[in-house]
Design a protein around this ligand. Structure first.
Ligand code: SPD
Length: 290
């Protein structure tokens, strides 16, 4: 058993379980008007961003989460032009969206400090996506922005904190109704929806809320080591397209044409991501589709 030396940072998932990292150094710890923001450098995962004590992203495993949040939906859409990201102030999702030939990617992040600190300390995650001419950064809350915005989107991505506390509104039926009316007729919404092991109720609620509004709804999975329980859920609502039923040859052609380079996502992973374990299928009422 290795010795527990040095400085450690724990994310407490509940009263009985946490995930702990040995730190090289604490970089930033400050309170914004919205949350406690911490940037630390860990031995195992490189630099890591925490909001209110919950790990949001790390240099070592961010590619898994961000590729899986963005590519399944964008490769399902034949011609995505206008994409909205709500949250995602670290820039990792924005970077992946801009790998597609979209005309405009709008990132609406509530906390300016998260964007500022990410630009300084997490450029390996955003790869300077904030400076891309096709990107617009707006500091606002996603719900208010969408209420005001008149022009429609092809994809809305919710890259928020966990579906508890202040982010809950982004998982509500009201929000999905608003998102539905803000999407073009081939439009989709995809949201991170929490740990299938530790937040199963939130996963169910997200799926059932989306399903009430969108004709098609799917949960899919990826393993993100720094997220509680690792097995992470994403929930996708679609007006027209059925992502797991798009032939892989079509997605492959789009990947090649759009020159998408990935480290986690590939077509076999895409196919497998929509296969759910039995306990989750049961929790979703065996209805992971239309
Ligand atoms: N438990 C943390 C889940 C965080 C999901 N969003 C992360 C934002 C990374 N861009």
């Amino acid at each position: 058993m290795p010795e527990k030396k040095g400085l450690w940072q724990t994310e407490y998932i509940n009263t009985d379980y946490g995930q702990t990292y040995r730190l090289k150094r604490k970089i930033v710890s400050e309170k914004s008007p919205y949350q406690k923001i911490e940037l630390v450098e860990t031995f195992e995962f490189g630099k890591m961003l925490l909001l209110d004590g919950a790990v949001q992203t790390s240099e070592k495993d961010e590619f898994i989460y961000h590729e899986m949040l963005v590519h399944p939906a964008l490769l399902t859409h034949p011609k995505p032009n206008r994409v909205l990201i709500i949250g995602g102030g670290d820039g990792g999702a924005l970077r992946r969206v801009l790998e597609h030939p979209v005309e405009e990617a709008i990132l609406v992040e509530m906390d300016q400090k998260v964007v500022e600190l990410s630009k300084v300390y997490l450029s390996s995650i955003s790869n300077y996506a904030f400076d891309n001419k096709r990107a617009t950064i707006i500091i606002d809350d996603g719900f208010s922005f969408l209420k005001r915005e008149k022009k429609k989107f092809d994809l809305i991505i919710v890259d928020s904190t966990d579906p508890v506390g202040k982010a809950t509104v982004l998982f509500s039926k009201d929000f999905y109704q608003l998102a539905f009316s803000s999407l073009n007729e081939e439009g989709m919404i995809v949201t991170q929806s929490g740990s299938v092991f530790y937040q199963l109720d939130e996963v169910r609620q997200t799926f059932f809320n989306l399903k009430k509004i969108f004709p098609y709804a799917y949960v899919y999975l990826a393993s993100v080591p720094t997220y509680p329980g690792s097995l992470w859920s994403f929930t996708l609502g679609s007006k027209l397209h059925l992502p797991p039923l798009i032939p892989l040859s079509v997605k492959k052609e789009r990947m090649i044409k759009r020159k998408i380079k990935t480290r986690y996502y590939n077509l076999e992973v895409d196919l497998a991501a929509f296969a759910l374990p039995t306990f989750l299928k049961e929790a979703l009422g065996e209805t992971n589709s239309s």
